[in-house]
Design a protein around this ligand. Structure first.
Ligand SMILES: Nc1nc2c(c(=O)[nH]1)N[C@H]1C(S)=C(S)[C@@H](COP(=O)(O)O)O[C@H]1N2
Ligand SMILES: [Mo]
Length: 322
């Protein structure tokens, strides 16, 4: 069946209504008495799926890098995804991303920098020391997760590339290969998926070049083999399956701006005070807490990372620069 999405990224009823599968699983874990562990214990032990290679990481010392919220279950984090290259339904990436080949993989680092280059995945992974960061991820659609990511600050890669004084922004381009990605047949976005950051945002220690989650390498549906995660921005800024990182002078035009500029600004910082033109951003549903009577959570300014990133936007009108 062909389901027409009237606008990209519109929360579908299926996203607002919890899936029966989640309820069943929650009832099961509650029954086993597994739900009462302390956040710290869960953070250290949040288990992966056990099917992918392990990716060892030290606990991050970066300020704000480990929230105390209970991590989302691996099953939820890997079955409720946005990765439009594999379809627009939340279940599509988990069902269809097995066709993605995360190895061999090359990331081109280019543009306004003294040391451009093509990095093979293994070389890329050696540019920094792997850390575990437990971040909140808030989707513009109004749901959130808490995920223990593995990677290192994007700043590590940027410093090695030695950007020139002309490099004001960083542009990320992700894979667009029809033979691996069935969703590219749809015109829902202008492929390839492109995102961008101002240089100081990209250099912020919380900006994570991400290779794994839950102590293992990234599953395909979560953006294998390498993605970025920007915890203070709406989820769509966290581009998956990156193949190119380019330093540029002018502000890049992201795929979401291209699709609907009045709805998805370049900054897209999480902000409960600036509603999306078609819905409020004041509250969010935490995946895993989606029972019939579960209360929504209040969305926090900069997704709760205001102390760390607020100064990047000092003096800016955040209603204009949404
Ligand atoms: N290449 C690519 N990256 C993407 C997307 C996408 O469709 N394609 N979706 C974004 C959106 S809208 C969200 S909310 C997050 C979801 O990340 P997760 O599935 O790992 O939770 O990925 C982001 N990165
Ligand atoms: Mo999203």
């Amino acid at each position: 069946m062909l389901i027409k999405t009237p606008f990209p990224h519109e929360p579908l009823p299926s996203e607002i209504t919890p899936r029966q599968a989640y309820l069943n699983r929650r009832q099961l874990t509650a029954g086993l008495g597994l739900a009462a562990a302390s956040p710290l214990a869960l953070a250290q032990g949040a288990p992966g799926g056990g099917k992918l290679p392990k990716l060892a990481a030290a606990r991050s010392a970066v300020a704000g890098a480990s929230v105390m919220d209970k991590p989302t279950s691996y099953a939820d984090a890997t079955s409720y995804n946005n990765f439009y290259e594999f379809g627009t339904d939340k279940a599509d990436p988990a069902q269809r991303a097995h066709t993605l080949k995360p190895r061999p993989w090359t990331v081109a680092v280019e543009g306004e920098c003294a040391r451009p280059g093509n990095y093979d995945l293994d070389a890329l992974m050696k540019l920094g020391a792997m850390e575990e960061r437990i971040y909140r991820l808030r989707c513009v659609e109004g749901w959130s997760m808490v995920i223990p990511w593995v990677g290192f600050s994007l700043a590590e890669l940027i410093k090695k590339a030695e950007p020139t004084s002309k490099a004001k922004f960083v542009e990320f381009t992700t894979l667009a290969d029809r033979s691996q990605m069935p969703g590219l047949r749809s015109g829902v976005l202008d492929w390839p998926y492109v995102e961008g950051l101002r240089m100081d945002e990209a250099m912020h220690p919380l900006a994570l070049l991400t290779f794994g989650m839950y102590g293992e390498v990234l599953p395909n549906q979560n953006g294998a083999p390498v993605r970025i995660v920007l915890p203070w921005k709406y989820g769509f800024k966290s581009a998956k399956s990156i193949v190119k990182i380019r330093f540029v002078e002018k502000q890049p035009r992201s795929s979401w701006e291209q699709a609907a500029a009045q709805e998805y600004g370049f900054y897209s910082n999480v902000n409960p005070n600036v509603p999306h033109p078609r819905w409020s951003q004041a509250t969010e549903r935490r995946i895993g807490e989606d029972g019939l009577f579960a209360k929504k959570r209040a969305t926090l300014m900069f997704n709760g990372y205001e102390a760390q990133v607020g100064q990047l936007y000092a003096g800016m009108d955040l209603k204009k620069n949404y």
